[in-house]
Design a protein around this ligand. Sequence first.
Ligand code: LLP
Length: 415
Amino acid sequence: MDYFNYKNDELYAEDLKVSALAEQFGTPLYIYSKATLVRHMRAFEEALAGRKHLICYAVKANANLSLLSLMKSLGAGFDVVSEGELRRVLQIGADPARIIFSGVGKSRAELTLAVNTGIGCINVESEPELELLSQICAELKKPARIALRVNPDVDAKTHPSISTGLKSNKFGIAIDAALPLYQRIAADPYLQVSGIDCHIGSQMTSNAPIAEATEKLLNLYGQLEEAGINVDHIDVGGGLGVTYNDETPPSPYDYLAAVLKRVGQREVSVYVEPGRAMVANAGILVCEALYIKKTAVKNFCIVDAGMNDLIRPALYNSWMNIIECRKNQGEKMLCDVVGPICESDDFLGHDRKLAVQAGDLLAVRGAGAYGMSMASNYNARRLPCEILVDGDKAQVIRRRQDFADLWAQEELLPF
Ligand code: LLP
C-alpha cells in the first residue's frame, strides 16, 4: 500500500496534488511519500518483533541523503556496497555498528575504510577477499567482524539479471566450501566470525526460495556450532518483491515468518537487507507528454523523461505502471510511452492504454527503487529533481542539476 491515490480524478502524493507539484518543481520529477516509507519500515519491524534483528536498508535502491536520514530515524541500519555508499551513510551520521558492507569486488581502499570505521559486519564474498582483509587488519592492528556471503545455489525464480544465488552467478562463496574458511577466520588474530550471509536475488514474489536458502544457511550454522564456531547473526539478504503489475508478493510479515519459522529457538540475530520492498512504491516519476506521434503502425506518446531518468524498462524490459496524473474522460489510446533519448530502447512502457494529450502529465509508479539511483546524464540530460512529501508539505531533497553541473568535473583543454 502507498499514499499515491486519486481524489476527484486527480492523483495525489499524500495530501498534495501531483499536477501542482509538477508545476512548482518541473518535470521529470521524482516524488517520494514519507508516510509510505514509514509504513514499510514498520512492516519490517513488526515482522521481526520479539527477535533480535537488524534491518539494513539496501542503499543502492535509493541513496538520497534525506531518505537515508529518514530510514535512520526509523531505526534502520544500512547495507552498503561501495565506498561511496559507505560515505553517504556516514555523512548522515549512521552508527557504524549498524552498517554492513556487501559486494563482490571491494577494493583495498574500501576494505581499509570499513575496518577503520569499525562497521558492524563485512560480508566477504571470496577467499582472496578474505586474505586481503586479513592482511589489512594485521597492518592496521584492528579487528573486523565478518560474515561469509555464501552462495546457497537456490533459484530465486526471478529475472535472470537480478538472480544472484545460483552456482553459476558471480556472487558469494559456494556453501559447501564455507566451513574451512570460517575455521580460517576463527584462527585469525584480528578477524572475528560474526554471521552467515546470503542474498539470492531481487523481486522475489514467493517465500519458497528464501525458505530454502534459510534452511541451507541453518545447516551451515549447525556445522559451525559443531566445530565450536559461534555465529551471532544470520543475514537473509534483500529480495522481497513488490507489485508493479499483477505480481502478488508476500507481505514482509509472511516473508519473514518463513525465515523465522526455520530459525526457531536458535540464539541468533536475524538480519535483512531490503531495498526495493522499502522504497519502490514510495516513489513515482512524473513526466510530461511532449508530443503524440501517430504513425501507420503505432502511436507514440513522447514524454520528457527517458532511460537516463529511469532505466529499468530499457535495461530489464521491466513493466512499470504508467498512469494519468489527471484522469479525464477522453478516449484511451494504445501507445508506446517513450523518452526523448536517441535509442530505440528508450521507453517507459509499451502498448499502454492512456487518455493522454500533449501537455498532460503521466506518473510511473513503483519508481522509488532503482530509479534515481540508476539515473545517468546520458544525452547530456540533467538528473531530475527529487522531492519528499510529508502530508501537505513538500521539500526538495535533491535539486535538479544545473547545466553547468554537467561539465563541472571536466577540463577544457585550450586547443
Ligand atoms: N543486498 C544485496 C547484497 C544486494 O545485492 C541487493 C540488491 C539487496 C540487498 C537489495 O535487494 P532488494 O531488496 O532491493 O531486492 N537494479 C535492479 C535490482 C538490482 C538488485 C541488486 N542487489 C532492478 O532495478 O530491478
